[in-house]
Design a protein around this ligand. Structure first.
Ligand code: HEC
Ligand code: HEC
Ligand code: HEC
Ligand code: HEC
Length: 198
């Protein structure tokens, strides 16, 4: 093979190697209990929040009025319905994420990693560096920052696939900055040092 022919071949090989590495390096969902071991206060607050319980409202008999208004059947069980589950659980069909309630019950509900990203890699960084890591290091490992980046919330909120939308009730109107202030929906701001700007 002439030298000029080897260059494209080599770049293809390099490209493939990088792709394989990127796939292998993809962070996994690890579940709220793992985060809880270090973030106890956030965990305890989250546990009582509506996000934590978001799976249960897919059960028959729950939120009857809201379901009727959204043209849903209040007596139907939606807990295994593909059209519903993805926004009421953590990491639906992703590595380590929710599959079904029998095999992955710990991933039911909107957990830490729905808003902070799959944690297998950044949790290691938190452990290693404690208070000393940069936001950029964390985002490289898959951490998300929902107060800087609205798309984190838009995975589920104000989404075309959701049966709840503002035409049904003004309470469903999406206003990112306003919704961020509803801290009881996830957890209060901690007093500890954090890199968050708000
Ligand atoms: C081994 C302990 C440990 C584990 C496990 C851990 N963290 Fe952390 N985390 C820390 C420490 C220490 C900090 C820095 C101080 C702080 O903000 O509390 C931190 C910071 C954070 C921050 C703020 C980041 C920033 O840039 O200011 C978030 C959000 C967070 N952790 C979420 C999580 C989530 C979600 C999980 C589970 C997937 C998790 N952590 C697992 C120890 C841990
Ligand atoms: C694209 C994401 C998404 C999908 C898909 C989705 N939901 Fe939701 N669901 C949400 C969000 C976000 C909320 C919170 C209310 C809001 O802001 O719209 C919610 C709220 C609800 C509520 C509570 C409403 C209230 O006022 O109490 C019920 C009940 C519900 N969803 C049932 C379902 C059912 C049943 C399906 C499947 C037919 C479904 N959802 C599919 C995102 C989704
Ligand atoms: C509905 C989304 C949501 C869920 C669920 C959620 N958080 Fe957060 N969290 C946020 C937002 C928003 C902030 C503010 C900063 C940002 O993300 O940009 C934050 C900040 C934090 C911080 C740093 C500052 C502080 O106040 O402590 C930690 C640590 C944290 N979250 C841990 C957790 C853990 C652990 C869980 C699960 C038990 C969890 N979060 C669940 C949205 C969420
Ligand atoms: C994985 C999907 C998902 C993500 C991501 C998500 N949410 Fe939610 N959120 C829901 C569901 C489902 C409910 C409905 C819970 C209920 O009605 O009991 C909800 C309810 C809420 C509520 C309480 C009801 C309301 O609309 O006032 C607030 C506030 C909220 N979310 C804010 C946020 C913010 C801010 C973010 C981003 C930092 C976020 N959510 C990310 C699914 C999600």
């Amino acid at each position: 093979m002439k030298r000029w022919q080897a260059i494209p071949a080599l770049s293809i090989v390099l490209f493939l190697m990088m792709t394989v590495q990127a796939v292998a390096a993809k962070p996994k969902y690890i579940g709220v209990e793992k985060c809880a071991s270090c973030h106890k206060a956030n965990y305890l607050a989250w546990k009582t929040s509506s996000h934590a319980k978001a799976f249960n409202i897919l059960k028959p008999g729950k939120r009857k009025k809201a379901k009727l208004r959204a043209d849903l059947d209040p007596e139907k069980d939606y807990t295994a319905d593909k059209k519903c589950v993805k926004c009421h659980v953590t990491g639906y069909r992703k590595r380590g994420g929710f599959k079904d309630i029998e095999s992955t019950p710990q991933m039911a509900g909107v957990g830490c990693e729905s808003c902070h990203g799959p944690g297998s890699k950044y949790a290691v960084l938190h452990d290693k560096k404690m208070y000393g890591f940069e936001k950029s290091e964390a985002t490289e490992l898959g951490q998300l920052y929902g107060a800087d980046d609205e798309t984190v919330c838009l995975q589920c909120h104000a989404h075309k696939d959701s049966p709840t939308h503002e035409k049904l009730d003004s309470k469903y109107r999406w206003d990112w900055k306003e919704k961020l202030k509803v801290r009881k929906a996830y957890h209060p701001k901690s007093k500890k040092k954090s890199q968050f700007s708000f």
